[in-house]
Design a protein around this ligand. Structure first.
Ligand code: SF4
Length: 303
């Protein structure tokens, strides 16, 4: 197998485009796709402080490395990183070490926000008498990422969502009939014009998960291999398996589905966005919510 551009030994073959790529040309093409997403969607401005949500996993470490290179040439743009420590022994401690090492190597300021400090319990403690770890973890982590990134002065919060994550969310929301949530997807999810809301951006949204893994490997990043002990069988996994099956039978299904959604999104957005005036401050924590009390505070009471 040879690279279609230079004839060198290829490291991967993309069925969906019928081409093989050597390491150098793959990296070049991968980065130019992410740059295209950034410029097409206007994800960053030159004088912004951008905070990367850094879990220490493969996708977020690859994103931090990529943005660090990119921002070298952007005058006045600043990059920082934020890691949420949910308190999952034997799992999160390993990825936090990777995050610390990488930030030290790249000379990037790293902030760590823990469940224990903010909610009074680690996820391990919460799970002693609860099920559905991902529900607690997801809601509390989103709350913490927004609050903490705002407190450290970030203008944008960059997350490492990839094409597979995005498609899974599209299909899950469709299957659940949750159109309001579905129209909040995209590389620059619906931005709430609220001081308390730090806009999120997804530079890797058009990159398949397996290509981010290859990029990370070719860039020499250390990979976090341990699986979270609370990972549960969920609708997301069923949708993931369905999409992977479709992709292997009909290469390029995922790209086609994402492009179709992107054409549809502007047309359905207004109809399902809901009333922005219903967004208010939570009675308990002052963070923004669409109800009286935000989801994080509702869960906090159950802990
Ligand atoms: Fe949290 Fe679930 Fe991810 Fe574990 S698998 S880190 S519980 S969201």
């Amino acid at each position: 197998m040879e690279c279609w551009k230079c004839g060198k030994k290829a490291v991967m073959h993309r069925k969906y485009e019928g081409k093989s790529w050597c390491g150098d040309h793959f990296v070049e093409q991968f980065e130019s796709l992410a740059k295209e997403t950034i410029s097409k969607e206007g994800l960053f401005q030159s004088n912004e402080k951008v905070c990367v949500a850094l879990s220490g996993g493969m996708d977020s470490t690859a994103l931090l490395l990529f943005l660090d290179n990119l921002f070298e040439n952007w005058r006045d743009a600043e990059l920082i990183a934020l890691t949420v420590d949910e308190g999952i022994e034997g799992y999160r401690d390993e990825s936090i070490e990777i995050a610390k090492e990488l930030c030290k190597d790249l000379d990037i300021e790293l902030h760590i926000a823990s469940f224990d400090d903010h909610f009074g319990k680690t996820l391990d403690e919460i799970m002693e008498d609860k099920d559905h770890g991902c529900t607690y973890c997801g809601v509390l982590r989103r709350w913490l990422l927004n609050k903490k990134s705002r407190e450290i002065g970030a203008d944008k919060l960059a997350t490492a969502h990839n094409m597979d994550d995005e498609l899974q969310s599209i299909f899950m929301n469709y299957l659940k009939g949750d159109m309001k949530r579905m129209v909040r997807l995209g590389a620059k999810p619906a931005v709430l014009d609220r001081e308390k809301f730090v806009p999120r951006v997804k530079p890797f949204r058009e990159s398949p998960e397996r290509e981010i893994a290859l990029y990370a490997k070719l860039k020499g990043l250390e990979l976090h291999q341990t699986e979270c002990p609370y990972v549960e069988d969920s609708l997301r996994f069923d949708v993931r398996d369905f999409l992977n099956d479709m992709e292997s039978k009909r290469p390029s299904t995922k790209f086609t589905a994402l492009r179709a959604f992107d054409k549809l999104l502007p047309k359905i957005k207004d109809g399902f966005s809901g009333d922005e005036t219903s967004v208010r401050e939570c009675k308990e924590c002052d963070e923004i919510t669409s109800g009286e009390v935000c989801k994080a505070c509702q869960l906090r009471k159950k802990i």
